[in-house]
Write a protein that binds this ligand. Structure first.
Ligand code: UDP
Ligand code: MG
Length: 311
């Protein structure tokens, strides 16, 4: 490991179809870190891109010993890319940042300085969410509202932009789950934590890699990977239905004995529909958890690496 000359910083960059950003991101980061005399390596994790992302990483690594590249055999998702980066990083501390420079590289310096003061986890916190479409903001707020409640970690302005000490990295890598939720796990592991606010920058090149559908899948996957709370919903609805049925039971019996039991078909139909849908939702939630257990049980790797460069 090349950690002899000072404290090495590994900058981990998950990249998915970011061919135009690779060189630009590298030079921007290099300029800032060289200016601050921070020794670093930069690790691009190509998450199965279908454009020239890996070719560009490879080319860059031929001319710059600081650049390393890993390429996945297909798209495994950003979380997998982050974990692959953490596993391959040699640094005394690691920073995870987006390839599109929406995480301002200048903030890395503040993070590194806090780390030098002894903080083991330095979290980038969004001072504002930047410009994104209102629907996206609404969904994000809903998602983080739920996940903050169920995890007990305030995640409203959390991001994946973080610095982790070697010890925190080792702790994260020990976690066995197949579908890790990096943002929440990096708080869950604890350690001396500091936060640094940053302004989300405009994406200058390319488009966001998230569609509404993929965001919803991401939300469901991460809520269920981190918390069993949705399953409590099943029990909760069960109790509500039970209370309702006691009330309606008493009413029906009363009607029966007073001889006015004929009407009430509407109630029957409404109840059938309601109970039916609650049961379906509940089974769906349980089914989702079973499929998660199934996935974990198969114990497949989080990602498959097809190529490496710069090693
Ligand atoms: N990314 C990835 N795999 C994916 C989707 C995204 O590695 O399946 C990377 C992407 O290249 C970028 C970062 O994750 O570096 C954030 O993605 P994006 O900018 O599309 O998300 P947004 O900023 O809109 O949340
Ligand atoms: Mg982005």
């Amino acid at each position: 490991m090349n950690t002899q000359n000072g404290k090495l910083l590994s900058v981990i960059i998950p990249s998915y179809n970011e061919q135009d950003m690779i060189a630009k991101t590298f030079h921007t980061v290099k300029k800032i870190l060289d200016g601050e005399k921070i020794p670093f390596e930069i690790l691009f994790v190509d998450d199965g891109s279908r454009d020239l992302t890996y070719t560009n990483i490879h080319q860059l690594s031929n001319h710059n010993p600081q650049v390393k590249g890993i390429s996945f055999s297909r798209n495994f998702g950003k979380e997998a890319a982050i974990f692959a980066g953490l596993e391959a990083a040699a640094g005394d501390c690691c920073v995870i940042m987006d390839c599109d420079l929406q995480h301002p590289p200048g903030t890395i310096v503040s993070m590194y300085r806090l780390w030098e003061q002894g903080f083991e986890v330095v979290e980038g916190v969004k001072a504002s969410r930047g410009r994104e479409n209102p629907l996206h903001t609404l969904c994000a707020n809903g998602f983080y509202g739920i996940i903050s409640r169920v995890t007990g970690i305030d995640m409203a302005n959390a991001s994946d932009f973080k610095l982790l000490d070697r010890r925190a990295v080792e702790a994260l890598l020990l976690l066995p789950e197949r579908a890790p939720f990096f943002r929440a796990l990096s708080s869950w592991i604890g350690f001396q934590t500091a936060t640094v606010p940053f302004e989300v920058q405009e994406r200058t090149v390319g488009t966001s890699k998230w569609s509404l559908g993929s965001l919803i899948r991401y939300a469901i996957r991460n809520i269920t990977s981190f918390s069993g709370a949705p399953m409590q919903f099943v029990t909760f609805m069960g109790w509500i239905m039970f209370l309702l049925s006691v009330v309606l039971g008493i009413q029906s019996l009363y009607r029966y004995f007073t001889g006015t039991a004929q009407e009430g078909f509407t109630t029957v139909i409404l109840l059938q529909l309601f109970i039916g849908s609650v049961l379906m939702i509940s089974l769906g939630i349980i089914g989702h958890y079973i499929s998660r257990i199934y996935d974990e049980l198969k114990g497949r790797p989080r990602y498959i690496i097809s190529k490496r460069c710069g090693y």
